[in-house]
Ligand binder design. Structure first.
Ligand SMILES: [Zn+2]
Length: 77
């Protein structure tokens, strides 16, 4: 799978750091209640930002952003 890097804010580093972007196809989006709760929170969070069309086009994928400094993972979907 191809991947690239993007600069994102890392809460663990408390700084903007380089993150490896990995696109992961969703298999079972709402596998568990806990999972759904997190996803709904994230969905609401990101739909509140000006990225609606991009999110819609990437509907089948999660964006995993992994901090190259500390390995902290951010999951966007
Ligand atoms: Zn970090």
């Amino acid at each position: 799978m191809s991947h690239q890097t993007e600069t994102h804010y890392c809460s663990a580093c408390d700084a903007d750091t380089s993150h490896v972007l990995v696109l992961v196809r969703k298999e079972s989006p709402y596998k568990s209640a806990e999972n759904r709760k997190t996803k709904e929170f994230l969905a609401g969070l990101f739909k509140g930002m000006a990225v609606g069309p991009f999110i819609a086009s990437m509907d089948e994928f999660e964006r995993h952003l992994i901090c190259e400094k500390c390995g902290n993972k951010i999951i966007e979907d």
